[in-house]
Design a binder for this molecule. Sequence first.
Ligand SMILES: CC(C)(COP(=O)(O)OP(=O)(O)OC[C@H]1O[C@@H](n2cnc3c(N)ncnc32)[C@H](O)[C@@H]1OP(=O)(O)O)[C@@H](O)C(=O)NCCC(=O)NCCS
Length: 152
Amino acid sequence: MTIAIFESDARHLDQVMTVMTTAFGDSYGEAWTRSQCAGILPMDGVTLMVADDGEDLLGFALYRIILTDAELLLLAVSPAAQGNGVGRKLLAQFIEDAKKKGTSKIHLEVRDGNPAIRIYEAAGFAPAGRRRNYYRGTDGCQYDALTFVFTE
Ligand SMILES: CC(C)(COP(=O)(O)OP(=O)(O)OC[C@H]1O[C@@H](n2cnc3c(N)ncnc32)[C@H](O)[C@@H]1OP(=O)(O)O)[C@@H](O)C(=O)NCCC(=O)NCCS
């Protein structure tokens, strides 16, 4: 599979929302709504990085870089494309961009128990904190968020 990774914007919002809803589901309350995404995209320092195989949008990373701080807001890959290295590539691109822009702190937050933690740790992120009951699933259950900091 040949994958192109490039910066995009609201023109990919429909495809981003398709990946968002299929990748996250709604059990844990991790997915963002369309209006949350549309609202953040024009903000200073926000980047939408997408992965595309020439036919479909396979995945995306949404992040924000403000002065010396970079934060990964969302990372998702369409279920049909998972397990092919797309998530790792998007994460690597985010880290590279953050370093290029001179940040001193790269961080992210993820639901406790999300298997994505494995790619974050493999990329050099280490646990930094816990936010209790940060996520609320559709069934009303609450889940902690873990914060991670890049510590290459
Ligand atoms: C996390 C996610 C982006 C990874 O994308 P991907 O393209 O499948 O990832 P890659 O193929 O690059 O890497 C796979 C690695 O991710 C980890 N991983 C992530 N999710 C996993 C899952 N559901 N099951 C098993 N391993 C998973 C494994 O460590 C795996 O490594 P391995 O191949 O050595 O076993 C994708 O699973 C996803 O969209 N998940 C739902 C959304 C989400 O939870 N995003 C993260 C929080 S913002």
